[in-house]
Design a protein around this ligand. Sequence first.
Ligand code: FES
Length: 492
Amino acid sequence: MPQRLSLSRAARLVGVTRSTLQKSIQTGQLSTFEGKVTVTDLLRVYPETQMENTTLLERVERIKAEAVYEQWRSDTTTLPHPEVLMARLTNLSKELVSTKNELKKYLELIETLWQKITELEQVNDVQLRSHCHALYEWLVSEKQSHSQIINEAVIQLLAKDTVLRIMAAHVKLIPSEHEFFIEGNASILEAALQAGIALNYGCSSGNCGLCKARVVAGEVQKIRQHDYVISEAEKLMGYKLMCAHTAITDLIIEADEAHHVTDIPLQQIEAKVKKLEPVTPELLILYLQTPRTKTLRFFAGQMVTLHLESGLSGHYFIASCPCDGRNLEFHIAADNSFIEPAFQQLKPGQSINIEGPKGDFVLPEDSTRPALFIAYSHGFAPIKGLLEHAFALDTIAAFHLYWLANHENGFYQNNLCRAWADALDSFQYTPIIATRDELSLKQAFSSIWLEYPDLSQFEVYIAGPEWFITVVKEQLQQHPLPTTQLHSAAIA
Ligand code: FES
């Protein structure tokens, strides 16, 4: 096991989120060298680390699993496929044998050195004898201090790291330096998307070749057949399809990622209505499913145009996470022209044409600033997508959602927000009843600004009707906030 660990591996090992570990680094509790922390430093800050101590991480994983990629959860179990497990165990056994051999060689070397020093201590030269004695003393004290370092806590941590390495492989992408883990039977592509990373892909089923990337270090295993043919020259260079392979060992992969909304092409996909869920008399949640071989690629917070067979069409924000481009969620309100036919005519199995993605209401790439989300009514839809994406990325230090609505029923996914707040120490949720009248809004905003008088270091995301965006922007004029840190989405 390496004595220096990447942040994501260290976080997983001590059972905290990566953003929690980043906080420890910012406050000077933990130090890093080339982006890594040492095992001893980690144990100093988290001395109580045990095999079972994964509570926070498990809570976060549970939320991510339940809220973010429900569909994949049924397709990918936590335990890797037996073949992958065998390959990982074989690999670790090889590593163990080679480490043991190396250790044996070093022990023999030290033994020989020891003998030579003892022999030199017998010579007549007083100065040489004194140097030899000093060297002997130094060796004894080094040996003692090393045996103190390898104490029970370190052994526990090493054992835990080995178990985690069998259960999940770590992947580092270059040049972005993004990192993620591959669990269960997920492909490299699925695991990257679940971690909120916008890896290049198209069909996700081995046909288009868009997910082709170069494995620079580590071993992969094919988990599904693919029609796309990788040339012999590319094979020699280590190119593989990310949608058809999983990891046996930790990997370093050179891969293309989308960094900006313009990096994702406009797509046309015929999806089917999977479910219709009227949550209030004014709001319907529409679940669409794309064909398995043609999923929608998008950034969280973006919108699409939905074209109904009847000829009606409307723009809707995607309320789900890009980690699952097959199962899409939309919140459709009664005051929209689309709602009547949507309510009255749509049936599960019916076709809807999706055209998108569109819009730039997205999380800035690699932002770690604390974030304030303010949604009004079903402006919650794009905010939900952003939040789920932020949970998956696990890089934002702290975030607070204020959800404003004109009556109790307006918080139509209140339980979900409360569950997030319970599970994540870094997330706060405050529902506020506020009508459109000036006094009601003034009261709502004064409670927000009281808690956040200085927003200069924040990213602020607002989503709601046009009039609401205007009011919030007017309010924000009294709070210094760089324009690049303010993001807004007007909903229909
Ligand atoms: S995404 Fe099309 S081949 Fe992998």
